[in-house]
Design a protein around this ligand. Structure first.
Ligand code: BG6
Length: 472
């Protein structure tokens, strides 16, 4: 599934817009440090931001960020990274900023521009790069959310294409760089036992939960312009759905996978207000940057249908939220019960007891579990509910940003989203961005508003992932 093109050359500089921001502090410096350690990054790294920082400040920030993310176990690598850093400060609307960037790039002729900036600035920066003549031979890596609805995504794509060809645009969704999520594609198509049952004839419903036990962590301004649906559902969660629902790619290769994923988004039924329950945790409106009367959702549960041959009438339930009971991500694919009840205890008594399912633990940890009932010793035909459990945590895994930045700089597009897929995903959520019911308040540490339970009632109840790694 390699999307690399051997004719592509490596980027010879990495330019990080928004280098003083939160994302870069939390994720990007640690990723760059790992890349330097492994010898993958050896070119100038130019940070750009509107703050008037000095290079020393940037170096301090990088060191602090790497220290906070883990231990600094390779001083030489840290020093190498610090020596690669450059800083350009200036307004993104000012052509001078881009002229300074041009100077800082020096002889580098194939830079990768990574836009770790608020989505509202993407178009300005992309145009600035084009106007300054910096786009030829370059790549642009754009953070999610790509647009804030269908029309802005189309607009943004038009701007991006006026400056960069599609093969030079890398739309990042860091979920695509996670091992456990890449394993969904591999596990489904490297094994033959799932395929016969992976359809509407055997599958009752699918649930995906992506829960976090913390709030918006000071990102009030961003969150007010996004909300849960835009922040994680339209991108991270839909990508998981696509990998679970897609048809086998017709051949080995990046385009084949992208095409099948895009088809899933095209087959998704556009959501309506009654398909979605929006929630807001108590106290959200007191967070800095949040409006006192905010109707932005910090929780979202939805029912989705994929109107394809394989999935017709199978409900997909997606749920995500901040300040929920645990931080975990799990998929539960519930199978239909056996056609006949041959044993008295074969049908679970309580709603939350599920007898037949496949469970993908995506975080923390990575595991696949297959529910099975087994007979308890004795004369009677009664049994216990167990799991065939496959833990797949491996040491030394590359983390998503390390993997994705490395891939983009090498011109490998396999872990990035294609334009048609992003637009089709927006088309599904677009109606409920405009027309939705008001948010329901929920308690911090709960599983969200109780109205979300009614959504899944026809199938039973939500599956609540456990806190511990992979546990059930
Ligand atoms: C980001 C969202 O894209 O993904 C955050 O902006 C969210 O709000 C995060 O917390 C979740 O990512 P992860 O890798 O921690 O599951």
């Amino acid at each position: 599934m390699d999307g690399s093109d051997p004719s592509k050359t490596l980027s010879d500089a990495l330019v990080v817009f928004g280098v003083t921001g939160d994302l870069v502090h939390k994720m990007i410096f640690p990723a760059l440090y790992e890349m330097v350690k492994k010898g993958v990054l050896d070119c100038p790294v130019i940070g750009v931001a509107s703050s008037r920082w000095t290079l020393d400040q940037l170096r301090e920030q990088a060191t602090d960020s790497i220290g906070q993310a883990g231990t600094i176990d390779d001083r030489d690598a840290l020093n190498r990274l610090l020596s690669l850093l450059h800083y350009v400060g200036g307004d993104y609307n000012d052509t001078e900023t881009f002229n300074s960037l041009k100077k800082a790039l020096g002889k580098a002729g194939r830079p990768a521009f990574y836009l770790a900036i608020p989505p509202s600035l993407f178009a300005t920066v992309i145009k600035g790069l084009g106007d300054a003549g910096l786009a030829a031979q370059a790549r642009v890596i754009v953070e999610k959310p790509f647009g804030r609805d269908l029309s802005s995504a189309l607009e943004l794509n038009a701007v991006a294409h006026s400056v960069f060809p599609e093969e030079s645009i890398f739309r990042i969704d860091h979920y695509l760089g996670k091992e456990a999520i890449m394993n969904i594609l591999y596990f489904r198509f490297a094994n033959s036992f799932l395929e016969p049952i992976w359809n509407r004839n055997y599958i009752d419903s699918v649930q995906i939960t992506l829960s976090e036990d913390f709030g918006i962590k000071g990102r009030g301004l961003f969150y007010e312009s996004a909300g849960c649906l835009r922040d994680v559902v339209q991108n991270h969660m839909f990508q998981i759905v696509a990998l679970l629902a897609m048809e086998p790619p017709a051949y080995q290769g990046y385009e084949a996978v992208q095409t099948e994923k895009a088809k899933v988004f095209h087959a998704m039924r556009p959501l309506s207000a009654d398909d979605v329950v929006r929630g807001q945790y108590d106290g959200y409106r007191n967070e800095p940057g949040v409006a006192k009367n905010s109707d932005v959702e910090t929780f979202c549960a939805l029912r989705l249908f994929i109107d394809s041959w394989r999935w017709k009438d199978v409900p997909w339930y997606l749920r995500s939220g901040k300040n929920l009971q645990v931080s975990a991500a799990e998929v539960l694919v519930e199978l239909k019960p056996p056609p006949q009840r041959l044993f008295d205890d074969a049908t679970p008594v309580a709603m939350e007891d599920r007898a037949n399912y496949v469970r993908f633990r995506l975080s923390p940890g990575s595991a696949v579990a297959l529910a099975a009932r087994v007979k308890t010793a004795g004369e009677e035909f009664v049994g216990d509910q167990r799991e065939l459990y496959l833990q797949n945590d491996q040491q030394g895994q590359e983390r998503p940003y390390e993997r994705l930045l490395g891939a983009a700089m090498a011109g490998n597009r396999s872990l990035f989203s294609r334009e048609d897929a992003v637009n089709a995903a927006w088309a599904v959520v677009d109606p409920v961005l405009k027309y939705h019911h008001p948010v329901h308040p929920y308690e911090v540490g709960s599983w969200g508003p109780k109205q979300a339970d009614a959504l899944v009632e026809p199938e039973g109840c939500w599956h609540n992932p456990k806190r511990e790694k992979g546990a059930h």
